[in-house]
Design a binder for this molecule. Structure first.
Ligand code: ZN
Length: 233
């Protein structure tokens, strides 16, 4: 077999290896991206819980202020009742207001108690989730670090193949490499054997002359149909 053909076959094998490595690297990178995304989602879930907790605390403070305000009003009404010179009708109205405010305070105190319970539960839940998250982050970081090591290893392999490829390219005629590269853009297998008189790339019959020229191995022969480089086994 023609030397150039043997080198082209080797070049194709190297390119297959490179393609395989490149797609494995891509797969690992997307795996890493998924882990990063997962970590982000988990962090944001804990942040949301924290925000919810802050809102509950804020609502609780607001409710206490509201109760204090109602308390102050009751005291004010009581003062007016005790010291003011007011009509019986006004006194009745004040008493009614005081009674309504007390009912309102009672309701709010119930709500405030529920809220305190919720704050307590949420605080405990948040603490648990913060702890879980820290553990998860350690796990995810170590998984990502492992992937990085793997990617690094594959990149080194890829570099080795690139060097091997460069060595072959250096000994091949320039136009042959160009011909191969041009075909490689279209086909994964630019160099194929002739099998039972057909090009094993496009599966079409090649002429008898082509088969003979390929068998002679004196030159580079191509398929009349798809232009792939042919060789006889
Ligand atoms: Zn063909």
């Amino acid at each position: 077999m023609n030397d150039a053909i043997m080198q082209l076959i080797e070049l194709q094998q190297i390119d297959h290896q490179r393609g395989d490595l490149a797609s494995r690297i891509k797969g690992l990178e997307s795996q890493k991206e998924q882990l990063r995304h997962k970590a982000e989602q988990e962090r944001s879930a804990v942040e949301k819980l924290q925000e919810h907790l802050e809102t509950l605390k804020h609502n609780s403070r607001m409710m206490n202020l509201e109760v204090d305000k109602l308390d102050d009003q009751i005291r004010e009404y009581q003062d007016q009742l005790d010291t003011g010179i007011i009509s019986f009708k006004e006194m009745e109205a004040l008493r009614m207001k005081i009674s309504n405010q007390r009912i309102r305070i009672g309701e709010m105190e119930d709500k405030a108690l529920h809220l305190m319970d919720e704050i307590e539960e949420t605080t405990a839940q948040h603490a648990r989730e913060v702890e879980n998250l820290a553990a998860r982050e350690v796990d995810l970081d170590s998984e990502m670090a492992k992937i990085d090591v793997h990617i690094e290893q594959l990149r080194r392999e890829l570099d080795d193949w690139k060097e091997k490829r460069a060595r072959i390219v250096a000994v091949l005629p320039r136009h042959t490499v160009q011909q191969y590269d041009h075909l490689h853009v279209k086909f994964d297998d630019p160099v194929v054997p002739i099998e039972k008189g057909t090009c094993s790339g496009c599966k079409l019959t090649v002429s008898g002359t082509t088969v003979e020229r390929a068998r002679d191995g004196m030159e580079i022969v191509t398929c009349e149909n798809c232009s792939r480089i042919l060789y006889a086994r």
